[in-house]
Design a protein around this ligand. Structure first.
Ligand code: IPD
Length: 268
């Protein structure tokens, strides 16, 4: 499997590099909203669509038998047993406003069994950073290995989170933040789940959680976080899912997961 992993990593890095260049250098000054999704504030720009097209065309050229699942609708079953999970811009609202924290997120996972992720790349062009991980081979920021920060006491933890785009769900998310904020060092809302997970990997956040992410938001960042020593999951005893995503070092992950479960962070 090592040869396959090496090939998938090379393809993912090159696809992310090309899309990142298009997005950074081709961002129109008058960039507007092309469409909305789950609510009026859940936006798609013409550049999300252009980035996904570039990535899927590149993958179709290099790995034509692989499946594809993309945020903006790319969907192809494939026959190779490998599926690419793509977020062409994670942090679209940051991108729309010209804020730096957005990334191209690309993961390759097996379609059989538990759908294990083999490779994850999170490329943040304006930050000038590329996170990558290969299953069993560690996580890297550019060429430097990254490692989670050892767990601090809960009350000293810097916790990242994010919010969905539907008002009712946000009201629930606000109620959880209201309980959590007085109990920790502080809370950050960066605007890109993929980068948040990589920031846990690099020790720039102690932990991260969010309700209601999609696979393209977390697939690559989850592997980067785990390969850097984080535990990731959903509700206690469950795998990370679209219901709840939690990531943090052993010793902080468990109490955060328990806190979120107790305060109903997983429901709307
Ligand atoms: C969003 C970002 C954001 C998170 C949202 C996601 P998108 O992804 O990851 O940080 O809070 O839940 O939908 O829409 O920019 O790809």
């Amino acid at each position: 499997q090592d040869a396959l992993k090496a090939e998938l990593l090379a393809v993912a890095l090159e696809a992310a590099r090309r899309a990142g260049e298009l997005l950074r250098d081709g961002r129109p000054d008058d960039l507007g909203v092309a469409a909305t999704k789950s609510s009026a504030v859940d936006v798609v720009t013409e550049m999300d669509i252009a980035s996904e097209k570039l990535i899927t065309a590149f993958l179709a050229d290099r790995r034509p038998a692989d499946g594809v699942l993309g945020e903006e609708g790319a969907s192809f079953e494939g026959s190779s047993g490998v599926q690419w999970v793509i977020d062409p811009i994670d942090g679209t609202v940051n991108y729309l406003y010209g804020r730096p924290d957005w990334a191209v997120s690309i993961a390759a996972r097996l379609t059989a069994g538990d759908g294990e992720t083999l490779v994850g790349v999170v490329h943040a062009p304006v930050r000038g950073e590329t996170f990558r991980a290969v299953l069993g081979q560690g996580a890297f920021l550019d060429d430097k290995p990254v490692r989670v920060r050892p767990a601090p006491p809960f009350a000293q933890a810097l916790i990242g989170t994010g919010f969905g785009y539907v008002a009712e769900r946000r009201a629930r998310q606000a109620a959880v933040v209201r309980e959590l904020l007085p109990r920790v060092r502080d809370i950050r809302r960066g605007g890109s789940a993929a980068i948040d997970l990589c920031d846990v990997a690099a020790g720039r956040l102690d932990a991260y959680y969010e309700r209601g992410l999609n696979p393209w938001d977390f697939a690559a960042g989850d592997l980067v976080a785990r390969e850097a020593g984080a535990l990731t999951g959903g509700r206690p005893g469950e795998a990370l899912s679209t219901e709840l995503t939690v990531a943090g070092p052993p010793g902080l992950f468990e109490p955060l997961q328990a806190f979120l479960d107790e305060h109903g962070a997983w429901h709307d």
